[in-house]
Design a protein around this ligand. Structure first.
Ligand code: ATP
Ligand code: MG
Length: 428
């Protein structure tokens, strides 16, 4: 459905995506961006944005699928409040300024992050964004923390190209807080180094419970955050105020908005894996001279004792193709895709007195990895096959440089860039 729409000065329209907006006349405000003639924005499925005319505006609106529009009631829209919070922040925070945006799921964190970037651009300040939400990553693929510099009006973070990324390997923050924190700290510094006058850290919505609070507090501290903006939870704002007295701003969430279902989120992740990995060429890497992280197979020393191999084979009732040891445990590769009998596993674990990690021979295929030249900037790759005996690895990646480091993650991608096995951790 295509329509040409005219809004008078100050008039607003809420648009639920998938929708395309193209400005014809006047100025249209979206997330603090001042869009003029010819500018086009895309509002994806599962997202909604409110546009507002300044001095009258005409735009073309293309609605796809379940897209729709509605007129916001005067008190529903937080847009003017958000702009006021952004102004307050620029008044208070000396440049270069480092801001973190916190709040529960669907609070508007990512939207507010874009708004802050747009308001910086309007002031002639170059913004950098650090995307610390590994589950709903927009700048880089999921399981990465990425940073981008912003050069033009921004509505959807996926329009940005990452300037630098760090591989975390997990789409859940809980098991990977250390990796996320070090990535955020170094990418904030990198953004400043590349000339950003404002750095905004967009975070995940995990804010309930002490582990979550402690993780967010650590993020503020290690990244040297100057100001926090908390969306949608005044209780959270009060807590954050304890860590950063006088340096916390609160903004409310949009009352009416599109909400993403878990399926929407999965398919958004899938589309973002695809963006970085589709049509990537295959590369075969000789691992003898490469740093390999994230795999007990490559971190362990082969156990030559045939008795241990034979015992493991008989107890686990599968063919064992490799046994390696590491301090405090064993890494066993079995030639089977069937899950191992838990009882048998526990029994032998007790006898061996240590960790016992069982890896299936097909376990490497589809694993998401990060590759680099040994420097901190890591690129996405997906494993095709591994030859443990020969120490060779085939990957698909768009990374053009020399592979000096491979970091295996905990996610396996199957056909169509879907995550396999739900939330279960994979071991390799
Ligand atoms: N001013 C607005 N009017 C209506 N809807 C809005 C407005 N601003 C943001 N939204 C919508 O609210 C929803 C939540 O916003 P957003 O994705 O920014 O939240 P978030 O806190 O980053 O969520 P997540 O926890 O998933 O990262 C999205 O659908 C977004 O498009
Ligand atoms: Mg978000």
């Amino acid at each position: 459905v295509y329509a040409s729409i005219r809004l008078d000065d100050g008039e607003m329209l809420r648009i639920y995506g998938p929708a395309r907006v193209r400005v014809r006349e006047g100025v249209l405000l979206v997330l603090g961006a001042e869009l003029t003639e010819g500018f086009e924005v895309y509002i994806p499925q599962g997202r909604s944005y409110t546009v507002k005319a300044r001095g009258g505006a005409v735009f073309e609106l293309g609605l796809e699928g379940e897209a729709r529009v509605e007129r916001p009631r005067p008190d529903e829209e937080p847009l003017d409040d958000w702009l006021a919070v952004a102004e307050k922040l620029f008044d208070a925070c000396e440049l270069p300024c480092k801001v973190a945006v916190l709040g529960p799921v669907e609070a508007g964190k990512t939207s507010f992050t874009a708004l802050l970037a747009n308001r910086a651009l309007a002031r002639g300040v170059m913004p950098g964004i650090v995307d610390a939400d590994v589950g709903q990553a927009d700048i880089g693929p999921p399981a990465f923390v990425s940073m981008a510099l912003v050069f033009d009006w921004l509505v959807w973070l996926r329009e940005l190209e990452p300037a630098a990324s760090r591989f975390v390997g997990s789409i859940e923050p809980g098991p990977a807080t250390g990796r996320i924190l070090s990535a955020v700290a170094s990418l904030v510094d990198e953004a400043l180094l590349q000339g950003a006058g404002l750095v905004v850290v967009d975070t995940d919505g995990w804010v309930h419970g002490w582990s979550a609070i402690e993780y967010k507090a650590d993020l503020l501290r290690v990244a040297g955050i100057d100001y926090a903006v908390v969306l949608g939870s005044s209780e959270l704002a009060e807590t954050v105020e304890r860590f950063m007295p006088g340096r916390v701003l609160y903004a409310r969430s949009p009352r009416e908005k599109a909400v993403r279902t878990p399926e929407d989120r999965r398919s958004l992740r899938s589309a973002n894996y695809r963006r970085f990995l589709e049509n990537a060429p295959e590369r075969v890497v000789d691992l003898s001279d490469v740093e390999v992280y994230g795999s007990c197979v490559f971190a362990s020393r082969r156990v030559a004792d045939e008795r241990i191999v034979a015992e493991l084979s008989s107890v686990l009732a599968v063919e064992v193709v490799y046994v390696g040891s590491f301090p405090g445990g064993y890494c066993v590769v079995v030639d089977s895709e069937e899950p191992i009998d838990l009882q048998a596993l526990r029994g032998i674990q007790k006898r061996l007195q240590g960790d016992l990690i069982v890896v299936h021979t097909g376990g490497f295929r589809g694993v998401l990895a990060g590759v680099s030249d040994g420097g901190p900037n890591e690129w996405p790759a997906v494993v095709e096959w591994v030859d443990i005996e020969a120490g060779r690895l085939a990957l698909r990646t768009k990374y053009p440089g020399a592979v000096r480091r491979v970091v295996f993650g905990r996610i396996r991608l199957v056909d169509g860039y879907q995550e396999a096995s739900g939330r279960k951790r994979i071991w390799i």
